[in-house]
Design a protein around this ligand. Structure first.
Ligand code: NAI
Ligand code: 13P
Length: 315
């Protein structure tokens, strides 16, 4: 089983490097190759990590799509368009979505987007606590790989520093990865605005309750949310300023200029989740609060007051 990685951002590049370090041939496809094939490094998105010899880079999707396993590492809001534009190369393959989020236009997660665009493909989700720089640096990581009947895929995606655990709960795994980014923005805002570590812990915990509520409403298994792709990624993303979502929240809370040109998946996903929850009458106050701050309806302090003055209830 050969592997290609489609999308040469930080994460796609890190996965390709780790897979290729095993000595297996791996192809990394980039929309814009820039100097990657000459420099043997992704100087724009993941500088400092030289490509192993077995890593081929290409700007030709038909070439990369020769592999049977294709890792999809374009950002979530680009996924649907990317798949429909290139269906002829992708349908029938094992398509492993590595992006985290919910599509704002359709309210769908990556698995259903894959099923609709490429009905003959096998959809899978790879998600869990793993910063691109950690993977590229060879540090240990453990992720969840959600797929129906995925033993061979699990072996194909294992490397000395990526340990994938199998799951059959695609919905639960993709929702954990999507919603932890929304909670991370909220946690960053809280610390940035000086509201303290106790408030941060409270938000993480109530954010986790929100993740579970939303996931269960969509048919996820409760235990999935307690695993790597849920609690695990929430713990990482809400507590490290290496997270772009958390760092974005920090900047918002501090009133600093917001980072530009980076992928902050939680912004669109907060809106998508808040819209979906309203339609089915699900209470998602943290996602709603993040949307209200992003759309300038509330300041961070007003949003915190709003959360604290909600009617008292049982935990
Ligand atoms: N960076 C990280 O540590 C991790 C990222 N992820 C997820 O991976 C996904 C990608 O994130 P990063 O690689 O970090 O983003 P990035 O911001 O480093 O790069 C995004 C890449 O996607 C390319 N791209 C955008 N739209 C495209 C399109 N339509 N067709 C082809 N290429 C396109 C851009 O040119 C860029 O190279 C996100 O969903 C993120 O949540 C998951 C785990 C860790
Ligand atoms: O998903 C990630 C780590 O698991 C990366 O988080 P950010 O997208 O917030 O950087």
């Amino acid at each position: 089983m050969t592997v290609s990685v489609l999308g040469a951002g930080a994460f796609g590049t890190a996965l390709a490097i780790s897979l290729a370090r095993t000595g297996r041939p791996v192809t990394l496809w980039a929309r814009d190759l820039a100097d990657m094939d000459v420099a043997r490094e992704n100087t724009r998105r993941l500088p400092g990590f030289t490509f192993p010899e077995t890593l081929a880079v290409t700007g030709d999707l038909s070439d990369a799509a020769q592999s049977s396993i294709l890792l999809l590492t374009v950002p979530m809001q680009s996924l649907a368009r990317f798949l429909t534009q290139h269906t002829k190369f992708l349908d029938g393959k094992t398509l492993v979505a590595c992006c985290k989020g919910i599509d704002l236009t359709t309210g769908l997660g990556p698995a259903e987007i894959i099923r609709r665009a490429c009905p003959a493909a096998t959809p899978a989700i790879l998600s869990g606590p793993s910063f691109a720089v950690d993977i590229a640096a060879g540090l240990p990581t453990a992720l969840t790989l959600a797929v129906d009947d995925g033993h061979a895929l699990q072996t194909a995606l294992s490397t000395p520093n990526i340990r994938p655990y199998r799951s059959a709960d695609l919905v639960g795994v993709e929702i954990g990865g999507a919603l932890k980014n929304v909670v991370a923005i909220a946690c960053g805002m809280t610390i940035g605005a000086g509201l303290g570590e106790s408030a941060h812990a409270a938000l993480m915990t109530r954010g986790f309750a929100e993740m579970q509520r939303f996931a269960l409403s969509r048919g996820a298994r409760p235990e999935t949310l307690s695993g790597l792709s849920g609690f695990g990624d929430l713990a990482l993303t809400c507590s490290s300023d290496k997270s772009r979502n958390y760092a974005f929240g920090l900047a918002l809370g501090r009133g600093e200029p917001l980072p530009e040109g980076t992928t902050i998946e939680g912004k669109a996903t907060a809106k998508a989740v808040s819209n979906l929850a309203k339609k089915i009458g699900l209470d998602m106050p943290i996602a709603d609060m993040v949307v209200a701050v992003l759309e300038n309806h509330l300041t961070v302090n007003e949003a915190a007051d709003m959360l604290l003055t909600r009617p008292l209830k049982e935990e």
